[in-house]
Design a protein around this ligand. Structure first.
Ligand SMILES: *Cc1c(COP(=O)(O)O)cnc(C)c1O
Length: 390
């Protein structure tokens, strides 16, 4: 039975042109090498927005962390896995991002699941932006509260849902949005969203995975840029921080509740103290990364300048630059042609994005040069000409 089901499901994906492939990459600078083809690409699909992954400073922080703590934590935080490095990182995040408490999790996926599954109970209502990350959507379907999804960034729709009589009866109401949406690179209208939640007595949870480090003068992300303060803020270290793990920032009371009840915290190995040490130092680096953030703005202009006007590039204020193609197979074809020119630009297909909105998700990072971006733009123009033109 299982074998049959597995085979059928994979065949179906294949027929729809949606089969996913793994690659083994080796990395150097902003280049990646596919071990199978041994071809070398400039990576335009990484979330390393500030280009820190290969920075000398980050490597030094990690070496120092390992010297000081060894590698792993070898325990959950409530047993023996929590070190002073974890506490230091939590304190730094609190000071920087303006919250009384921060709790570390081993990944953003775990943090989102932990918060929603621990907080939401069966008389509550969870309202999510339709384009929220899979970790949030999945937690929403697994939790015992009722979940409804509002149209992307459509706060008239959200308000209408919050005004419904059945909603009024809900005990707790939680609204969840991303600060910057990972596949679209657009931002939530945060002042408006924050105001609606306050007015309608709902808590706001913001997942700022793609904005922390990138937006705001101090790299503090969407909240720092828009001067808002959601009840719950999630930041992840897998993107601009070039590390692993995540943190939930919140009130002392909620933090205490999570420590008591969130299984992802209690029953999971704490992130490595060496990593916590390095991340703590990275926070300072990121707060001062003004040049990198400026560079991203320049690269963004450079990209728009050199792409043909006919390329369906979505204009964004972030380093995420989606090129909306629509049809999945065509998107893969274009991505392959661009790869032949030496650029890695992943095709993103349903179900990661809505049907008929397959896209190339181009991400800029501060270690790219203007020459590289210009050359990429020419490769994109050429690939589109070939696929769309002929
Ligand atoms: C990447 C991402 C996550 C998951 O974080 P990991 O640390 O990679 O598990 C959660 N939310 C959003 C919006 C993300 O982009």
């Amino acid at each position: 039975m299982f074998n049959q089901r597995i085979k059928n499901s994979c065949n179906e994906k294949h027929q729809k042109g949606l089969l996913r492939h793994t690659h083994e990459f080796s990395l150097a600078g902003n280049r990646i090498k596919d071990q199978k083809s041994t071809q070398n690409y400039i990576n335009f699909s990484s979330n390393d927005y500030l280009g820190l992954r290969q920075s000398k400073q980050l490597k030094k922080f990690h070496h120092q962390g390992i010297e000081k703590y060894g590698f792993a934590s070898c325990g959950s935080p409530l047993v023996t896995g929590r070190h002073d490095a974890h506490a230091d990182l939590e304190n730094t995040l609190c000071d920087w991002l303006g919250y009384p408490s921060a709790i570390l999790y081993s990944s953003g996926f775990a943090a989102n699941q932990a918060l929603i599954l621990t907080l939401m109970q069966n008389k509550d209502l969870l309202l999510q932006d339709r384009l929220n990350h899979a970790s949030l959507q999945e937690a929403g379907s697994l939790c015992s509260a009722k979940m409804q999804r509002f149209k992307h960034n459509d706060y008239t729709h959200l308000s209408a849902l919050l005004d419904k009589e059945s909603t009024q009866k809900a005990e707790g109401r939680l609204v969840v949005s991303e600060g910057v949406f990972s596949m679209d690179g657009d931002s939530a209208e945060l002042p408006q969203l924050s105001q609606i939640c306050k007015a309608k007595n709902a808590w706001l949870m913001l997942d700022d995975a793609h904005a922390c480090g990138v937006l705001g003068n101090d790299g503090g992300g969407s909240c720092s840029m828009h001067n808002i303060h959601p009840d719950i803020l999630v930041v992840t270290f897998g993107k601009a921080f070039a590390g692993n793990g995540a943190a939930i920032l919140c009130s002392q009371e909620l933090a205490q509740y999570l420590i008591q009840f969130s299984k992802h915290y209690i029953y999971s190995t704490a992130i490595s103290p060496a990593q916590a040490y390095a991340l703590n130092k990275t926070c300072t680096l990121i707060q001062n990364a003004h040049q990198e953030r400026e560079k991203l703005r320049r690269l963004s202009e450079c990209l728009s300048e050199h792409l043909d006007a006919s390329i369906p590039l979505v204009s964004t204020q972030t380093p995420i630059k989606p090129i909306l193609v629509g049809e999945s197979e065509q998107t893969v074809k274009i991505s392959q042609l661009i790869a032949q020119e030496g650029f890695w630009l992943s095709a993103i297909r349903p179900p990661t994005v809505p049907i008929n909105s397959a896209r190339l998700r181009l991400t800029l990072n501060a270690s790219h040069t203007e020459e590289q971006v210009q050359a990429l733009a020419l490769a994109i123009n050429k690939a589109f000409d070939k696929v769309k033109g002929g």
